[in-house]
Design a protein around this ligand. Structure first.
Ligand SMILES: Cc1ncc(COP(=O)(O)O)c(C=O)c1O
Length: 513
């Protein structure tokens, strides 16, 4: 019998001297459970009866008799001269508890939710190692040198206050840096006091949903729209109302028709996700007008507004809002890296306390040291410099993807004519094919091509792909598109496509969606 190192686990044995169960019984119960649940593995040496008795303040005879019972029951075995061990025959945790855990998980359903939450299979995580992965900035260009220099400097300063609990609203230094950055980069005037540092846009959506709406309230979401954002609204037990999007952005009149008294609209005015259109001024004014009249809020998700490569950009909706109906949501996921999990909300001054309280109740605050590194990174002008460099790179990568689509996928895929912006573009299917099946086949060929139809909540869905170009090298574009084309061809087996769906596809696209 091989011997595992001595386990410190038995230290967690806590004896209750007020219990009716004897101390000997409690010791036996503890070891039985630890062995059965796999916390004590076969071959693990247990402490001697003398050590057990001394450490837990019980009579030696109590420990000896408890061990004798465990040996008799087959949980422990003795090895002459070496002491007592967990018996081999007990093996690893028995199948029953594991099966019970699986069963209980299958039954799980949050009691407040009408519909079950989408599973991770329905909310895929773009694999950043694969070409064309959506929404990922150029991770190989992360400014490690500056980040490491600033981190090292802060660590040398040993800021004790960054090791304790911080401000739920976020580090003051970072909020000031964000307020300045927003003024310079996005034309937004706001005070550091209005900013709440959050764990990426995702937490911003979650907090806004819970702060501004109640269970069952109607919320407008863009159709098609951001599935992960939709999931946050659903997790907050809100009633999502999909409102169609065309080349001018969300169709406000359609929203008013479907749910005039909705509490909140989640929108992407600068660069609609995923279709890429910019919301027209007319629609912006209509949306603000509705929010005023309906006493509703607008959550502006400006996830990649920094990237505009041509045409005239429009200022964020927030800058147009005079009635303080718009909450602005920004993220460092697209300008630096999603793994940082840092973003920010700009909220009306009167709402700051409520948001900070929710943030504190959820996870207290964002990690202080990372916030300080980011604050100095912005303050020293490194973010602006990084963005300048990335814009140049993304223009080239976007061009390379468009060229590859034109050369390799002519007649199969048609790139959208949305403004030149962001980190992705949409290519619609010009032939009959199931984009979900093609996306799956592409994944097998090591290409990430998100199926456009999965961005819709309702039954009417255009088919195509949402292709990221920012994290894909120019020379990798054509080979990736070739593999996607192979996947589409394989997916075009009879029965996979559907004539009516394709007709719907062209009609939707003619309307600009
Ligand atoms: C529409 C939209 N909003 C926000 C984000 C960023 O999310 P987060 O800040 O939670 O990483 C993404 C990322 O893909 C997105 O597509």
């Amino acid at each position: 019998m091989s011997s595992r190192p001595f386990s410190p686990l038995w230290n967690s044995l806590a004896l209750d001297r007020t219990a009716t169960r004897s101390l000997q019984d409690q010791i036996v119960d503890y070891f039985r459970a630890a062995v059965l649940e796999g916390r004590l593995k076969a071959g693990t040496r247990v402490p001697s009866s003398r050590a057990l008795a001394a450490d837990h303040g019980v009579a030696r005879i109590t420990a000896v008799q408890a061990y004798e019972r465990l040996v008799a029951e087959g949980y422990l075995a003795s090895r002459p001269g070496s002491g007592l061990f967990v018996a081999e025959s007990q093996g690893d945790p028995p199948a029953k508890p594991a099966a019970a855990i699986r069963r209980s998980r299958n039954r799980f359903r949050a009691p407040t939710l009408k519909r079950p939450l989408p599973t991770m299979a329905m909310l895929p995580r773009p694999d950043e190692r694969l070409p064309l992965a959506t929404g990922i900035p150029a991770l190989d260009q992360f400014p490690w040198r500056d980040w490491a220099r600033i981190t090292a400097r802060i660590h040398r300063e040993r800021p004790l206050d960054a090791l304790g609990h911080g401000d739920p609203q976020g580090e003051r230094e970072l909020r000031e840096a964000i307020a300045q950055y927003l003024g310079a980069a996005r034309g937004i005037t706001c005070a550091a006091e209005q900013i709440l540092v959050v764990a990426g846009s995702q937490q911003g959506i979650d907090l806004a949903a819970r702060a501004l709406a109640r269970h069952g309230d109607a919320i407008w979401t863009e159709e098609p729209g951001y599935p992960v954002g939709r999931a946050a609204l659903q997790a907050a037990a809100l009633e999502r109302i999909p409102v169609p999007v065309d080349a001018e952005g969300i169709d406000v009149a359609a929203g008013v028709k479907r749910a005039p008294t909705a509490r909140l609209a989640l929108v992407t005015p600068s660069h609609h996700y995923p279709l890429g259109f910019t919301m027209s001024l007319r629609r912006r004014l209509a949306l603000l007008d509705w929010a005023e009249r309906a006493d509703a809020w607008v959550l502006e998700d400006d996830y990649d507004g920094e990237y505009r490569y041509g045409g005239r950009p429009l200022a964020p909706l927030y800058a147009l809002d005079r009635g303080h109906r718009v909450l602005y949501l920004g993220t460092f996921s697209k300008v630096l890296a999603p793994g940082l999990r840092l973003g920010y909300l700009v909220v009306p001054a009167g709402a700051v306390d409520a948001f900070a309280a929710l943030k504190a109740a959820s996870d207290r605050h964002a990690p202080s040291l990372t916030q300080r590194v980011l604050a100095r990174f912005i303050g020293e002008g490194r973010l602006a410099a990084h963005l300048r460099r990335m814009r140049g790179l993304y223009v080239r990568r976007r061009r390379a993807l468009l060229d590859a689509l034109e050369r390799e996928a002519a007649g199969l895929l048609q790139a959208s004519d949305a403004p030149e912006a962001g980190l992705h573009l949409v290519a619609r299917l010009a032939v009959r094919a199931d984009d979900v099946a093609a996306s799956r086949l592409a994944l097998e060929k090591r290409v990430y091509a998100a199926a456009l139809s999965t961005y819709y909540a309702g039954p009417k869905r255009a088919r195509g792909f949402v292709l990221g170009f920012a994290n894909t090298r120019e020379d990798a574009m054509a080979p990736a598109v070739r593999r996607l084309v192979e996947a589409i061809r394989e997916a075009r087996r009879p029965g996979l496509g559907d004539e009516r769906a394709m007709q719907g596809n062209s009609a939707t696209w003619r309307r600009g969606a």
